[in-house]
Design a protein around this ligand. Structure first.
Ligand SMILES: [Zn+2]
Ligand SMILES: [Zn+2]
Length: 144
């Protein structure tokens, strides 16, 4: 049994799309209101920090992958850090608030940036500190 050829796939996809096209409602207006407007309301972005709606472009923050640990995470364990992206108002206070709620510590040697590195802080329960990773000296983690 061979793999389907591209030509086969193209035809299949086109037929599938054709079927979907006849069954769904395309772009339209309801009483002069464009569907686009309704969709926009449904996906209104909220700040992960203060949870207010974000007007304009959100400030996105990603957490870098944790550097490989000594043993792989067992399938029964949840991934420790959700990489995001998370969306905020353009205010570090919103990001710090989010960090505090998540139990992350914040490295005061760095700043809130679009890419933060999680750093494991040893202890009875491992905590995570977030740092922009730009400074060269030791981290100084404080409650966010
Ligand atoms: Zn906010
Ligand atoms: Zn640091």
């Amino acid at each position: 049994m061979g793999l389907p050829t591209d030509a086969y796939n193209d035809g299949f996809v086109r037929r599938a799309l054709g079927r979907i096209g006849t069954a769904t409602i395309g772009p339209m207006e309801i009483m002069g209101v464009q569907i686009r407007t309704i969709v926009h309301d449904n996906v209104a972005r909220r700040c992960d920090g203060c949870r207010d709606i974000i007007d304009g472009t959100p400030w996105r923050v990603n957490l870098l992958d944790i550097v490989a640990s000594e043993s792989p995470v067992a399938w029964t364990e949840r991934p420790v850090v959700n990489p995001g992206p998370f969306q905020f108002h353009g205010d570090p206070a919103c990001v710090r608030r989010w960090m505090g709620e998540k139990g992350y510590l914040f490295c005061r040697r760095g700043e809130v940036r679009e890419i933060m590195r999680p750093v494991a802080i040893p202890g009875e329960a491992v905590r995570w500190g977030l740092c922009d990773g730009i400074h060269r000296d030791d981290h100084e983690f404080v409650p966010a």
